[in-house]
Design a protein around this ligand. Structure first.
Ligand code: SIN
Length: 292
């Protein structure tokens, strides 16, 4: 088994930009930039390197409005497609990730996933900005799928070569899915649809287009079957066991006015609860991947 090693990504420059490791096995914290202003090319480039190598980058203490969130997002690529969550009024690309203090519907996004992996071209990055952040709970957990892949035994990695994963949104967003017609009392604006029954195929293991590092892409839930292998169900169960051990998980703690950007090609993520009695509101955009 390969040993998980934290990469040294520490950086500071004369303009005050600092990039430091997050409090976990991967991830970075960026300070010394004001995201209300356009980022210069060098700073944007440094942040992008941290993002694609670390998988998750947090920017504490940024007082952003929706225009700022859109502009920062567009620094890293064009907006992605966001099906099944109606955008907030007057914005095409911002979704509200909301839970009210007294809400009893099951938590949104509590299962490990890579955003919209069932699309033909899933988003490269997701941006999430904390507005109302509860004083306890509500952490977002990230699992690094490059580290998870590296820790797998060589014979398992060999079995994954050429395996195709079949993805679908049906378990979540079809009329009979988790957020379908029986999902009541939810404050998030989720729109279920028969289109969620569609399937899309992606290689189970993909090389990152910018770093070349190989990672398992997405997980059981959006992945509904494996093809081009013997006994896909058993293989998927085996892969899932390797995807989220503590050694590859970073538990991100939110604060109000914090922006987090993650690379969906590197990490899985999941929401967590523990904040009943408190509102939680974040604004989210996704950033498109390139067509390969
Ligand atoms: C998401 O999966 O986009 C939401 C994560 C969270 O609410 O922590």
């Amino acid at each position: 088994m390969a040993v998980v090693q934290k990469m040294d990504i520490s950086h500071s420059n004369a303009a005050g930009l600092t990039i430091a490791p997050a409090d976990g096995p991967f991830g970075a914290v960026v300070r010394g930039v004001d995201l209300r202003l356009p980022l210069d090319t060098e700073t944007a480039g440094r942040i992008r390197v941290a993002l694609v190598t670390q998988g998750v980058v947090a920017f504490p203490d940024q007082k952003l409005d929706d225009d700022d969130l859109e502009r920062v997002s567009l620094t890293f690529g064009p907006f992605g497609d966001d099906p099944y969550i109606r955008p907030i009024p007057d914005r095409k690309h911002i979704a509200a990730i909301r839970r009210r203090a007294n809400e009893t519907a099951p938590l949104f996004a509590e299962n490990w996933h890579s955003d919209w992996s069932f699309l033909e071209i899933p988003p490269a990055f997701t941006c999430l900005y904390g507005i109302d952040i509860p004083p306890v709970g509500g952490d977002t957990w990230y699992a690094n799928q490059q580290m998870a892949y590296d820790r797998m035994p060589a014979d398992l990695r060999a079995k994954l070569e050429g395996v195709i994963a079949v993805h679908s949104a049906r378990g979540g967003y079809a009329p009979k899915g988790q957020y379908g017609e029986r999902d009541i009392g939810r404050s998030m604006d989720i729109v279920h649809s028969e289109t969620a029954m569609a399937t899309q195929r992606h290689p189970l293991v993909r090389a990152h287009p910018e770093t070349g590092r190989r990672a398992i892409f997405s997980t059981h839930g959006y992945i509904i079957a494996l093809e081009n292998c013997e006994d896909g169900d058993a293989l998927l169960r085996e892969v899932v066991k390797w995807q989220t051990p503590d050694e590859v998980v970073y538990r991100h703690k939110w604060a109000p006015n914090m922006l987090v950007i993650w690379d969906n090609r590197v990490v899985l993520h999941r929401a967590t609860g523990g904040y009943d009695g408190h509102d939680r509101l974040l604004h989210r955009t996704t950033i498109a991947d390139r067509r390969t």
